[in-house]
Design a binder for this molecule. Structure first.
Ligand code: AMP
Ligand code: ZN
Length: 467
């Protein structure tokens, strides 16, 4: 069965034909580790996990590479402002290296908690400075760069196809000069490949280079590391949709200018998780982490289920009502799966399972239509099939859905069943206590009691019990 994927480059669904028979080489833009990854970022990593699982399921030998951006990503993707890493370090009174290590570890833990398969290679930008310098040298030799007072820039007017991924209107951009850009830049879309350290300030991360002490631009790390690990021309490159107009556009320009070859065949992009009507973002400060959801007594699988109920290419609005619905849906599904598991001692394949299985494969191979696959799982569970047949299908579908049903066990009810309304009340009570408003704190305690819950204060937080 063929796999079809929506390719941003051609704006169409295409059959996936690998460069090398039976192999799929994927590069995914990883996190910038100056802060926690929010649950929006995790949506993108989950979409990439599904892509990888689907390709593996179809028998491809997948090589999956993900970078860790620990230098060079400035506050604006268009090279304006400070380095996010240095800002993060001063916010926390730690070194850049310390925060990079801390947030990388938390990120990896979140992936694990969400059953997201680890890439074969995690590569940190700071470990591959030489490779980045080599690529900049290559661009310089071919005449694609120029120097300004603050760095070495890529001249986008020299690359004939610049903006092809995003279908950028360069003429419009040049004519209107909508983007504020420094006087020294030749074109608004030009971007830095190497930035000089400021003369008046010592940066924590800086390296010698043929152009002077400084640090690489953000885009060059992905060009240098992806080609290092996957070759000049590879199959799939992924990220969130915000990467289309700048980051991925610039990666293509740099890499193809340097290698003279086509860079990537399929570009896949995950849509945003929105908070209300706006993109969840770290810069807004108002974002949710997986850890926060766990503290609110959601299981990471509730969040996985929530995400899988929407196709990766559609916007998804986060609300606690929707998460609560996903939680109930997942808990019901798990209860049914456990009942089936406990009632049989073996799995069985029949003509019926074959048909259902083919249907499921057609869904997932159709540009990762997981919502349809999930709905099919529900149908199988409530069908007339025997429990042995059902269990075969549950385990097969779960290789893609990734809930870990093979290892799943019954959870104590108390642990999974605290409504979000109660958590909010408990948090309001903590806030009231912080503000020394003990009257309000007591009122909330009583309100909780009326609703059947008791809150017990602990040294490192609180415990909520059903009365
Ligand atoms: P960053 O750590 O900002 O470099 O982002 C890591 C990944 O998350 C990138 O692929 C982004 O495109 C993606 N991303 C950022 N915000 C969101 C969001 N609200 N929803 C889904 N993906 C996002
Ligand atoms: Zn990247």
């Amino acid at each position: 069965m063929s796999v079809y994927l929506f390719n941003t480059l051609t704006r169409s669904k295409e059959e996936f034909i690998p460069i090398e028979n039976g192999k799929a080489k994927i590069y995914c833009c990883g996190p910038t580790v100056y802060n926690y990854q929010h649950i929006g970022n995790l949506r993108t990593f989950l979409f990439e996990d599904i892509l990888k699982r689907v390709l593996m399921y179809n028998g491809f030998e997948v090589t999956h590479v993900m970078n860790i951006t620990d230098v060079g990503h400035l506050v604006s993707d268009e090279d304006e402002g400070d380095d996010k890493m240095e800002l993060g370090a001063s916010r926390e009174g730690k070194t850049v290296w310390e925060i990079a290590e801390y947030y990388t570890d938390v990120f990896k833990k979140d992936l694990q908690r969400l059953n997201i398969l680890f890439p074969d290679v995690f590569c940190k930008a700071t470990d591959y400075i030489n490779e980045q310098i080599s690529m900049i040298k290559c661009l310089e030799e071919k005449g694609f760069t120029y120097k300004t007072s603050d760095g070495i820039y890529y001249d986008t007017s020299k690359f004939p196809d610049y903006g092809k991924l995003a279908k950028l209107d360069l003429e419009g951009l040049r004519a209107g000069e909508r983007v504020e850009f420094s006087d020294e830049k030749k074109n608004p879309s030009d971007f830095s490949v190497w930035k000089f350290s400021p003369k008046d300030k010592k940066r924590q991360m800086e390296w010698d280079s043929p152009w002077g002490v400084g640090f690489p631009g953000w885009h060059i790390e992905c060009s240098a590391m992806s080609t290092k690990f996957l070759g000049n021309h590879f199959d799939i490159h992924c990220g969130g949709i915000d990467h289309i107009p700048v980051h991925h556009t610039n990666e293509i320009a740099q890499t193809e200018a340097c290698t003279g070859e086509k860079f990537v065949n399929y570009w896949l992009h995950g849509e945003f998780l929105n908070m209300g009507d706006v993109k969840m973002s770290k810069s807004s400060g108002d974002f949710l982490t997986l850890q926060k959801l766990i503290e609110m007594k959601y299981d990471p699988m509730h969040y996985r289920y929530f995400l899988l109920s929407a196709h990766y290419s559609t916007k998804l609005k986060f609300t606690f009502e929707a998460l609560d619905a996903a939680k109930s849906g997942y808990d019901r599904l798990l209860t049914n799966v456990l009942k089936i598991k406990n009632s049989v001692s073996e799995i069985k394949t029949t003509e019926n399972t074959f048909k259902e299985h083919e249907k499921f494969k057609a869904f997932i191979n159709d540009d990762l239509n997981i919502p349809r696959g999930l709905a099919q799982l529900q149908q199988v569970i409530s069908s007339e099939l025997s429990n042995e047949e059902k269990l075969f299908l549950i385990y097969e579908f779960d290789k893609i859905l990734g809930f870990g049903f093979k290892d799943a066990e019954e959870k104590p009810k108390d642990d999974i069943d605290i409504p979000s309304e109660i958590i909010t009340l408990v948090e309001n009570r903590i806030e009231a206590k912080k503000n020394k408003d003990y009257k309000r704190a007591d009122e909330i305690r009583n309100e909780l009691k009326e609703k059947g819950f008791e809150v017990i204060d602990k040294k490192d937080g609180y415990e909520i019990k059903r009365l």
